[in-house]
Write a protein that binds this ligand. Structure first.
Ligand code: GLU
Length: 284
């Protein structure tokens, strides 16, 4: 059995709130209980939303909470060549196509299409003359993973057997062995126009590189698992075990989220909350 290893992988797009504290404590405690490894990974590939002060804030808040982690901390922005190589490998397998449309253009174009939302995220390749023209014009494009080509590459039997072990629970109570349904995600972007990579590739690459045996994270990422399992199969990377946990709800019953401007750990600390009190409140 490989050694138990898990991770907390925040994106530095804001200060951490109680929901993050809960998630980080869940992963860290699991590693402690198993005598395993705990990895902190900074997922900062989005140059438009990530900021160094939030990166520093993550380390400050987690240390205050009493967590420790392996060093050096991996920052994805420092390893873009690794992800580009993974994207190139998928491309070499004929699995990708260039997409010059913006998300808004895709959604607008299918506004009154008969198949509705299912097609929203499967725009398909451009006709080759159009693609050649857009390339010649120097227009920026993203790489999308073609579900059709992926299925062809894996073969129907392997496609049908794509699965992951869930030791926690999905939002619908899903657990134990779950059949992956990558088709629900559509043809996901595996390389953004601005970053040359995208979340699904970077996260699966690093989970493998860092020897993560258990991905412990919130249920908001449960759906993402389906596409990540497909990428692991295409890259011949082993699929780790997953433990999705329910999202912490605030006093109003709504989940904590950065966009709701939930009160941050920094504000709580400055208001006099101690780490011990917060850990007790969160059940640790
Ligand atoms: N970086 C992702 C986020 O902040 C989490 C990635 C993961 O846990 O798989 O939502």
């Amino acid at each position: 059995m490989p050694r138990f290893a898990t991770r907390f992988a925040p994106s530095p797009t804001g200060r951490l709130h109680k929901g993050h504290a809960f998630s980080a404590l869940t992963a860290w405690s699991a590693a402690q209980a198993q005598g395993g490894r705990f990895v902190l990974r900074i997922e900062d590939i989005d140059p438009t939303r990530c900021r160094p002060e939030f990166d520093a804030g993550i380390l400050e808040d987690l240390a205050w909470l009493g967590l420790d982690w392996e060093t050096p901390v991996r920052r994805q922005s420092e390893h873009l060549a690794d992800y580009a190589a993974a994207v190139a490998a998928l491309d070499a397998g004929g699995l990708l196509y260039r997409c010059f449309r913006t998300r808004k253009e895709i959604l607008d174009s299918i506004g009154d299409a008969p198949h509705g939302a299912a097609e929203a995220v499967r725009p398909g390749p451009h006709p080759s003359d159009e693609e050649a023209r857009l390339l010649a014009e120097g227009r920026p494009f993203a790489w999308r993973l073609s579900l059709d080509r992926a299925r062809e590459a894996l073969g129907d039997a392997t496609w049908r057997d794509l699965a992951f072990r869930e030791e926690g629970e999905g939002p619908g109570g899903e657990h134990s062995l779950i059949r992956a349904r990558p088709e629900t995600a559509g043809d996901v972007v595996v390389a953004r126009k601005d970053a040359g990579t995208a979340y699904h590739v970077a996260v699966t690459h690093d989970d493998r590189l860092q020897g993560i045996s258990h991905v412990i994270r919130g249920q908001d990422l449960f759906e993402a698992t389906h596409i990540q399992v497909l990428i692991q199969a295409l890259m011949s990377w082993e699929t780790p075990t997953y433990r999705h946990h329910a999202l912490l709800a605030g006093p109003d019953g709504r989940r904590f989220a950065k966009r709701d401007q939930s009160v941050t750990l920094k504000e709580l600390r400055e208001g006099g909350l101690t780490a011990a009190a917060l850990r007790a409140e969160l059940g640790f």
